[in-house]
Design a binder for this molecule. Structure first.
Ligand SMILES: *Cc1c(COP(=O)(O)O)cnc(C)c1O
Length: 410
């Protein structure tokens, strides 16, 4: 019989979203009349339609493929130049990232998981708590951890707690680590990191020969001009960081699928014999071997995000979601809750009232307001005592959620 990858057996059975579904089902079965009132503010998925500019570019690309003369088959594995150049020019001109340092893919979820292909065994890995679960589970699958303890914390990982005491940006670890996952603006806390905080992390990474894996999926939601949008805005980051970005949240591509990873050519890792090796070359090779490129119509659609019409439409989407975030923040503040996030990110992170834990708050929101939120504890032990409300929704739904919070939870 074929041997399996035993590391998969260490994974905790998908706990958060199945448990949410179980509680929602139990409630709606017992309260048929309340079921129709349910509003979901849980899962981090966009709700509004694709920008017109994107739709048109994708339609046109399909028409091209429909004619023998303009048909295209396999494209470059690393992405078409038209998209890599548009990204370098529109997203990184001020920090000097070149088009060939940008690798196009079908999603940041895949990229943040696949990146482990180019790193060897024995790395000490630091992960924030609470966290986007993909970073943890892909390290478990790759064999970079031990077993989980009773709280779901895996042996071998260095957990970096993010709480209101440190403004949800982790303290620099005392010990030496090799890989550090950071995500700002953050999912789930909605927090941002200041320039000084990121500088401290870049200094640490350079002193310790560590690499920062920086997830900037929510950069488009940054409203305040002094909040960094890219790790590469920090001097020295090009020799110690990889950045992940996606069209999912800004362009509404969660169903279309397109993202990119930036690996500067200066970035090096160490081989077993001690020699330095370019991570850019390894990732390029990995893409060529395991990936045949994102689809052509999708890459045309992504490039249209940077057209003048596309930029205006994305700005309107961001304004819509951030308007929702503001209303949700105010509604929670009005009933006396302590609110974080929601200013430069589409997530509002709310402190539970005295004496209620995060699953208790989940039940209360479900039973008293028929609103589904995400309990903070589902993102890690340090998320206990908080819950996340997603601003990805229609204005109508958000206004109704705010009314219910005021009337039923105040
Ligand atoms: C939504 C999200 C992404 C984007 O993932 P895609 O696979 O590109 O849709 C990446 N990181 C975080 C933290 C996210 O919440």
């Amino acid at each position: 019989m074929a041997r399996i990858n035993d590391n998969f057996l260490k994974l905790k059975a998908g706990y958060l979203f199945p448990e949410i579904a179980r509680r929602v089902n139990a409630y709606t079965e017992a309260n048929a009349e309340a079921a129709g009132r349910l509003i979901r503010c849980g899962i981090g998925d966009v709700t509004e339609a694709l920008p017109q500019a994107v739709q048109k570019a994708m339609h046109d690309a399909v028409d091209e493929l429909g004619e023998r003369g303009t048909f295209r088959g396999y494209g470059p594995e690393q992405g078409y130049d038209f998209l890599r150049e548009a990204i370098a020019e529109n997203q990184f001109a001020s920090v000097g990232i070149s088009a060939d340092e940008v690798f196009i893919s079908d999603g940041s979820k895949c990229d943040t998981g696949n990146i482990l292909d180019i790193f060897g065994p024995g790395n000490k890995i630091a992960i924030t708590d609470p966290v986007y679960p993909v970073y943890v589970d892909t390290n478990v699958m790759a064999g970079n951890t031990g077993e989980a303890d009773a709280n779901g914390a895996y042996g071998g990982l260095v957990y970096l707690p993010c709480t209101s005491e440190n403004d949800f940006v982790p303290a620099i670890p005392e010990e030496k680590v090799d890989l550090i996952y950071l995500c700002y603006p953050n999912n789930p806390t909605g927090a941002t990191a200041t320039r000084a905080q990121l500088e401290a992390w870049v200094d640490y990474a350079k002193e310790n020969d560590a690499i920062i894996l920086y997830d900037a999926a929510y950069e488009a939601f940054v409203q305040e001009s002094d909040v960094p949008k890219s790790i590469f805005e920090i001097d020295g980051a090009k020799s110690c960081a990889i950045e992940f970005r996606s069209f999912s949240k800004n362009g509404g591509f969660t169903g279309v699928r397109c993202a990119y990873t930036v690996i500067p050519k200066d970035l090096m890792g160490k081989a077993e014999d001690g020699s330095e090796v370019s991570l850019h070359q390894l990732w390029s090779r990995r893409h060529s071997t395991k990936f045949n490129g994102a689809s052509y119509p999708v890459q045309r659609g992504a490039a249209a995000v940077f057209s003048p019409e596309g930029k205006a439409e994305v700005a309107a989407l961001v304004e819509h979601y951030m308007g929702n975030a503001k209303l949700l923040r105010e509604a929670c503040e009005k009933i006396g809750l302590t609110v974080f996030g929601g200013v430069n990110a589409p997530y509002v992170w709310v402190g539970c009232p005295e004496g209620v834990d995060s699953w208790g708050m989940f039940d209360r929101m479900l039973e008293q307001a028929q609103v589904v939120i995400t309990p903070g504890a589902g993102f890690g032990a340090a998320g206990e005592g908080y819950f996340r409300i997603s601003a990805f929704n229609s204005r109508e739904n958000v206004e109704e959620v705010c009314r219910r919070i005021a009337e039923n939870l105040g």
